[in-house]
Design a protein around this ligand. Structure first.
Ligand code: ASP
Length: 346
């Protein structure tokens, strides 16, 4: 399988972290999330490292607690009559501020030892959207993506231009050193060692996940979706993944659903994953689960591309599909009781 993946990607062995498991074993589709009148669904990244063997009980508990905190923050916004956009930003900001996720504070390093962050957000009511790529000094890229959506004539800003816009908007900038974490630096060093060895062995995958995303349906019936990431460890500087690409990593339309994706970004861009799922719901009459499964469990698996999505339909249907060993994920409905899950068998 490694050979095939390598042929397909021709990029970096780091991408193997997302290698899709063979279709026969790809049964990790969430069985029973409820349909909600209003609520929120989130993810904290998908990967083959998300297993009980790789994640200690302490770490497991920390992940669940942080996912639940993010879900409760989004729920509070929605319960108070706030918008889906507000709820998505509230949930994602909490995960960006935690070093546990590959977004904001815990962003992974590029091959040059920098942190380059991507994020996007979309409002399903009016198809308005905002995105930022390759920012290095913005504490909360999802807040900047929202500012692009609401306070500019444009959809996407990159690098210095995005940071200048952040300054103009009065958003919090931090020194680049803010994003330094030992754990992510070690992950970069290991990735570089593997690259030097040209090893065909599967890399340690423990830390190869952590992009965050959220989709909310508010009490007024409006959807929003957002995604934030540091990208992929050892990515070439300047590389931009799917997370800030509207239609690939993020999409929301009140006519169908909202989607936030995580996984091997190059494939998510090529397959326009988030929009494809919404298009299947809108034009082919698929349920949210059918659409998510068709794209993640079939189309992406056939391309040996690993990852997952969280989806919330305009009808309140929730789907969480992933073809990797696990995906950090959770949902919350009007009752305010958060559910968080990590592995494929729960
Ligand atoms: N999709 C992200 C990227 O390719 C990475 C991830 O979701 O883990 O940048």
């Amino acid at each position: 399988m490694y050979q095939a993946i390598h042929r397909l990607t021709l990029t970096s062995i780091a991408l193997v972290a997302f290698a899709a498991v063979p279709l026969a074993a790809a049964t990790q589709v969430e069985a029973g999330p409820p349909t909600v009148e209003w609520g929120l669904v989130i993810h904290g990244g998908a990967g083959n490292g998300v297993t009980r063997e790789n994640i200690s009980p302490e770490r497991d508990a920390e992940y669940r607690a942080k996912l639940q905190e993010a879900l409760r923050a989004g729920h509070r916004v929605l319960a108070d009559g706030g918008s889906a956009v507000d709820a998505v930003v509230a949930a994602i900001t909490i995960m960006e501020d935690s070093p546990m996720f590959n977004a904001g504070k815990g962003a992974v390093f590029t091959s040059s030892g920098t942190n380059e962050l991507d994020a996007s957000i979309m409002s399903g009511a009016d198809l308005n959207a905002g995105a930022v790529a390759g920012v290095k000094r913005v504490k909360n890229p999802i807040v900047l993506a929202r500012a692009v959506m609401e306070h500019s004539r444009h959809v996407m800003f990159a690098r210095e231009g995005a940071e200048t816009f952040a300054e103009e908007q009065g958003l919090e900038l931090v020194p680049e050193s803010y994003f330094y974490t030992e754990r992510r630096m070690r992950a970069l060093e290991r990735a570089k060692e593997r690259e030097a060895e040209r090893s065909s062995a599967l890399p340690r995958e423990t830390e190869k996940f952590g992009t965050v995303g959220a989709v909310a349906l508010d009490r007024a019936g409006n959807l929003a979706a957002g995604t934030s990431t540091g990208g992929i460890t050892n990515k070439r500087w300047g590389r931009v993944g799917d997370s800030p690409v509207i239609g690939a990593g993020t999409y929301a339309s009140n006519e169908s659903c909202g989607v936030s994706a995580t996984g091997q970004g190059e494939f998510f861009i090529r397959n326009v994953v988030a929009h494809d799922i919404c298009a299947r719901v809108q034009h082919a009459g698929a349920s949210v689960k059918e659409a998510a499964d068709a794209v993640v469990m079939d189309r992406l698996v056939r391309q040996e591309a690993g990852g997952g999505v969280v989806v919330l339909g305009a009808n309140g249907e929730i789907a969480m599909a992933f073809n990797t060993a696990g995906m950090l994920r959770g949902w919350i409905g009007p009752d305010g009781a958060p559910t968080a899950k990590l592995y494929g068998d729960e």
